[in-house]
Design a protein around this ligand. Structure first.
Ligand SMILES: [Zn+2]
Ligand SMILES: [Zn+2]
Length: 409
């Protein structure tokens, strides 16, 4: 029978060629991977250099008005604020963060925690919180305020457990929780004519206005010595807004700020507080919670329906226009993008338009201190009460502030 005579050398040559081929492919693949990694490294270096140049440029613009401004000190304040918010949130008590954050940010977290505990009967535990990077990305003067915007990337492990869960249950749940990263823009504001004095800082538990030693964990965000409202932004930086990086758009905000004397961020902060009060009032089916914060006309017209909300989250709050009513009052029209599940359905994206009205002749102008007892600075009671729960002072029947006048869902 005819057969091909096997030559052992042919097999060896084939094997060598095969190995050579594999080696060439390997070199090509690793070579291009290495070049891609080098290119990425160069691009990262370019980004970092551009960021440094931008930061230096921004600091150069701040210094003529505030010669003692130190980026290092400011970034410490930012880092401390971001960390203390997580700590306060995880412990279910926002008070320890209150001096550093605006009324809107404080009440948003406070009411969110309250709704989780009372309605959904859960708590959210955060562990291993870490700020990965902070970049000063923008500075601007808008109206009476100076604003610094920072891009923050942070990381933590978190779990949502029943309110009754004990330490063991929490520890077990945390073991299987993988860390998640978030990138957000934190906006810090301060009155524009204020000079930095690192000795008079909340970081040192000192009133930034008069320098007296203060209790940074008190319910009252008001100095008992000089009357300064700590989170008003009048004397020190206050975190007035947190925006998702994907929603960040500075151009639109600037335009509105230049067109109007009223500060858009103060208004957005106010509406954020009002909207959380509104969600809470609906979740417990009680209209009296809104009484102090609405016009009489709205209260008479509005039929409040009790509603169960699952995972309510506000994505963005934007001022769209400011107009005048027929009576000469100022009207601000704002759009709120938010999401929640209603009556135990899956969460859905929602848009609500709110019209606020303010009589500028009696406007109290509380800055970012917002809704608080005018006497001691403690938070206003959520229930409609005539007197402050902390100092007993009489509270105004209607806030001398922007009031809800229209609501369109
Ligand atoms: Zn003081
Ligand atoms: Zn009080």
């Amino acid at each position: 029978m005819y057969s091909i005579k096997k030559d052992p050398w042919t097999a060896v040559i084939y094997l060598i060629l095969l190995l050579l081929g594999i080696w060439i492919i390997y070199r090509v693949v690793t070579g291009s991977k290495r070049r891609a990694a080098e290119k990425e490294k160069q691009m990262e270096q370019t980004r970092q250099n551009a960021q440094k140049a931008n930061e230096t440029f921004t600091v150069q613009r701040i210094l003529p008005n505030d010669p003692s401004f130190s980026l290092e000190h400011f970034l410490n304040v930012v880092n401390h604020t971001a960390t203390i918010i997580q700590d306060a949130w995880s412990s279910g008590d926002m008070n320890k963060a209150r001096n550093f954050i605006s009324s809107g940010v404080y009440n948003r977290f406070r009411i969110q925690l309250k709704m989780m505990m009372e309605q959904e009967k859960v708590k959210n535990i955060v562990r291993d919180y870490q700020v990965l990077s902070i970049q000063l990305i923008h500075e601007e003067i808008t109206g009476d305020y100076y604003a610094l915007h920072l891009k923050i990337t942070d990381k933590a492990r978190d779990v949502t457990v029943s309110v009754e869960a004990g330490e063991n249950e929490i520890a077990t749940a945390l073991k299987s929780a993988t860390p998640s990263e978030f990138t957000q823009v934190y906006s810090f504001l301060r009155k524009k004519n204020i000079q930095t004095d690192p000795a008079k800082s909340f970081l040192n538990n000192v009133c930034p206005s008069c320098g007296a030693a203060i209790d940074n964990q008190s319910d009252k965000a008001k100095c008992p010595y000089c009357g300064n409202v700590f989170n008003s932004g009048d004397h020190d930086w206050v975190l007035a807004e947190i925006t998702q990086w994907s929603e960040w758009d500075i151009s639109r905000r600037k335009k509105i700020a230049e067109d109007n004397a009223i500060h858009p961020q103060v208004l957005e902060d106010r509406v954020s507080y009002l909207f959380w009060q509104y969600l809470y009032a609906r979740s417990v089916g009680r209209k009296d919670i809104l009484q102090r914060h609405c016009t009489q006309e709205f209260l008479q017209r509005y039929d409040l329906k009790k509603t169960f909300y699952t995972e309510p989250v506000i994505g963005s709050v934007d001022l769209s226009s400011i107009t005048k009513t027929a009576d000469g009052l100022s009207q601000a029209n704002l759009v709120i993008k938010w999401s929640a599940g209603i009556d135990k359905n899956e969460p859905q994206n929602r848009t609500t338009r709110i019209g606020l009205i303010c009589d500028m002749t009696t406007y109290g102008n509380p800055g970012f201190g917002g809704a608080a007892c005018p006497s001691c600075g403690a938070p206003l009671p959520d229930d409609y009460k005539n007197n402050c729960e902390f100092c007993g002072a009489g509270l105004p029947a209607t806030s001398q502030d922007w009031l809800i006048h229209q609501m369109e869902e």
